[in-house]
Design a protein around this ligand. Sequence first.
Ligand SMILES: C[S@@+](CC[C@H](N)C(=O)[O-])C[C@H]1O[C@@H](n2cnc3c(N)ncnc32)[C@H](O)[C@@H]1O
Length: 249
Amino acid sequence: MAESNTCANHEAQRAQIQTVYTTLALQPEQAFAWGKGRANARALGYAAPWLDALPESVWESAAAVGNPFALGLLRPGEVVVDIGCGAGADLCIAAQMTGPNGQAIGVDFTPAMIAKSRDNVKRVGLGNVILHQSDIEALPLPDACADVVLSNGSINLAADKTRVFQEIFRVLRPGGRLQFADMVRRAKSDAATPSCDSWADCVAGTLAPERYLELLRMAGFEAVELVAWTGYHTAATTEGATFRALKPA
Ligand SMILES: C[S@@+](CC[C@H](N)C(=O)[O-])C[C@H]1O[C@@H](n2cnc3c(N)ncnc32)[C@H](O)[C@@H]1O
């Protein structure tokens, strides 16, 4: 069941999302509706070494809405999955944090983003990254394969968030951590329902933060919390937030 998705034409939604993110991948110099790039990541609190060390091709197509690494660092040797990895900024950071004995796995359904991620991973010289072009509602990964799942600005774009959280729960090992940043709805009671045309802009697909916490608990997570507001906006009624949750050990 698609969670609160009154924009019923999923194929049109998907095409709209892929169009927006293909442009961001291939023509990053073009105007993007919201904050992006290295300056945006700096404003969201990414650590200077990551901002300085990764090349412009990594940052130019990055559309972070928060900093998932502020929720906890990754340990050497861990397996980390980035859900909706885009051009690979968080993926490259995760791959460097987990080191040669760890692994970073990126999943995104926009072919141009996966191609750019692959190129960026090569450019940075990382040998511990795997990329999958796939929908995050059906992860092409085995059960209990990951220590950590990350995401940044992507889950709000999925038509069925219930399914996404179930999939994340499935691929995490017992005791595994979910830490993500996403856009949520902070609608005032008199706010108009956003137009379906704004789905790809991270507006129409957003849910209230309480609903996100509820969906996470329904998927089986514990220690579920909204940790911080990020100050990123895609509309007057949306704001970025960071969330943390654990799969019971
Ligand atoms: C706002 S961008 C964020 C990208 C990246 N996490 C970052 O911080 O730069 C959202 C990304 O999610 C991807 N995406 C959206 N819906 C998806 C879905 N259902 N399955 C897989 N990828 C999806 C898009 O292709 C896009 O690359």
